[in-house]
Design a protein around this ligand. Sequence first.
Ligand code: HT7
Ligand code: ZN
Length: 854
Amino acid sequence: PVTIHRGDYRPPEWQVPDIALDFALGIDETKVAAALSVVRQADAPAPLVLRGDGLTPAAVRVDGEVWNDWHMDGGDLIVDLGERTAATVEIETVINPAANTQLMGLYASNGMLCTQCEAEGFRRITFHPDRPDVLSRYRVRMEGDKAAFPILLSNGNCIERGEEGSDHWALWEDPWPKPSYLFALVAGDLVVNKDSFTTMSGRKVDLGIWVREGDLDRTGHAMDALKNSMKWDEAVYGREYDLDLFNIVAVGDFNMGAMENKGLNIFNTRYILADPDTATDLDYDGVEGVVAHEYFHNWSGNRVTCRDWFQLSLKEGFTVFRDQSFSADMGSPPVKRIEDVRLLRAAQFPEDAGPLAHPIRPDSFQEISNFYTATIYNKGAEIIRMMATMVGPERFRKGTDLYFERHDGEAATCEDFVRAIEDGADIDLAQFRLWYGQAGTPRITARIGTDAATGERTLHLAQLVPPTPGQPDKAPMQIPLRIKAFDLDGGHGAEEERLVLLDRAEMAVPLGRYRSRPMLSINRGFSAPVIVDFAREEDELAWLAAHDDDPFARYEALQQLMLDTLVAAVSGKGGGSGAVIEAVAQTLAGRTGDPAFVAEAVLLPSEAFIGDQMVTVDPDAIRRERLALQGAIGAALEAEWRGVLSGDAPAATDLSRGAKGGRRLRGVALAYLAAAGLDDAAALAFRIFSDADGMTERQAALATLAHGDSEERAHALDIFYQRYRDNPLVLDKWFQVQAWSLRPDTVDAVKELARHPDFTLANPNRVRSLYGALTGNQAAFHRADGAGYRLIADLVIALDPKNPQTAAKMIPPLGRWKRFDEGRQALMRAELERILAQRGLSRDVTEQASKSLA
Ligand code: HT7
Ligand code: ZN
């Protein structure tokens, strides 16, 4: 495969200011006639390179004449336009949406036609430069059978429509120039939830959420989220929507979460459909967050787009930061921060520590689809967050205002963003820029020193950015650390939080005079995406868990206490669980304040996160010790957990913060009681399952039962299946809870479930719900005999010819082999080699598997 390098970027030789597309729609055959008005940018004659993937040109015309000066270069169409500096190039292609199992380009999903063009899907529809720095105004005519496709949608505004026999057609025009990756088209039998929003300048925008008949009453939450997002972006960033129409369409077969096409977002149904009976509170939050994310792209991504795909984090990191801030404002800021950090640690830290590590602005890639990663998205968001932390909200807003003003209508770079923040917020980010180029999670060691004569305390900080593939040596970064040193003796007066900018390999920070060692709260709010090594005694962590005034820091202290206990137990140096039980009890005692926070804080660290603390991960010991600690906490605090569960659950229709938090804590309480092995645990879980009036309680109880081997387990799984077998999103949950199970036979169960009549490789949600859940189940996936690895490799091999993008996403867990014992290492490598030995492997899987072996 060819490697593309960031340094090789050259501006386009031809621009395409206008493009007219004419679609004659059919499920197995769609004819596309494209007319590209092209304008040469280069001084000297240059061939027009139009990218194509699986296309054959049925006809080529230039300025209305049949044209023969063209040839194919691989899949691309090269048109020789001689001395011309401008021309209209017309090309006809024919595509088969029904055969498009990759779900890129124009494809059929459940009888409807839809598109996915980011990153390089447009070239599967028609020949085009298909690069984000070529921006065009689009005029799209679509025609098709009225009965099959009663609804015809594209970007912008519908300016004309008409009928011809059994066909009808629509003409759409988008006034805003856009790159091809933002093009979209939908044709199908859909119903709409209509609403409107009046923008800050008083313009009325028509809103529509389009779904299948029968799904309409599950679109209310998405609509509320959309209107809240539009309002929030005006209030917080001064960004107003810029078309008279904003449509969202939900499709069942989708490779990712959603897509921000201009004026016509296309969503995975998972992030649109929600009602209390079928969606959990977390699903509701997911809908809100993704609707916001896609809407925010209208400015951070569409109005200001990316120059090339190496700049992907310019739109994704910034937009994730924006959607995180929005969700925090809509709910509980500390809980949202905990969730975001937990995700970063679960998905991004391992990526940064493994063979696929890359900076948020990568230097090279083979297949761009492989770079829609937690690093680009979530670490990218952390890097924007650090800039916001360093300058504060007002100056940050000045910076973003300047960014939008300077680059509106342009294809920009990460460097453009940093420069706008520098100029608008008045800050020097010269050293901070290293975050864009250096991969790896910085490790900070912290130590408190004392001057015995004066009582003066000093915080000694040292940073190390670990080597990553292709980057053996790293320079020290600029790392903003929010710190506070509490004085337990009261001699120090009121402590202030401080922002320390660690910008050298080593640094000493004077703390002041403290009679006894201060309680140091460091990286409060997770102000930097780093790992802090700071040895603290149990009692210090317990004090911070109970008293720190930063809720995130309280959560961190309790997690660290749990982590230290678990790591010690796994390495055979366990000192008992008393301190953890005591700290959990204390936290639980404050549950009336914010039950969602308490629920997060008392959760044990995941098996994977415990493994990340170890030199060699021992999945079986981690499973054993984690279950033991969970059981001990469950038993010791049985009365408290029962207290949480006593009384009725909040009504499922109550989506207030308190009700959601209450349900979350009830789920945690049930899990602790079950882990304690109490005689009535299965019966209790089954009763909660049966009495539940909504999916949050029902799924939590089912997941708890799924870990065990009670009669109630089989019964509940059967009831759930029978009730929801016709609802694909809920059926995904049925597959998922079984693949998450802590039972020792989970790999065999997953193998069996893959043969279930409702399992299909054609639907990415279903694949993720079964196999994705398995790779997240550490002890199952890493079963010592390699059965988990074999299953995933078999999946990759079977899925690659159908959907290489989804297949490639399953590989990274196999690439973490260096972290395991020799036996597992050999088994994991053997599966990666087996994948690579397949003939006709996609570029996506080849890149991921070969890099994973390195
Ligand atoms: N910007 C969107 C990316 C996306 C995508 C990328 C590759 C293949 C399929 C895809 N679907 C959507 C999603 C987002 O970040 O908003
Ligand atoms: Zn995005």
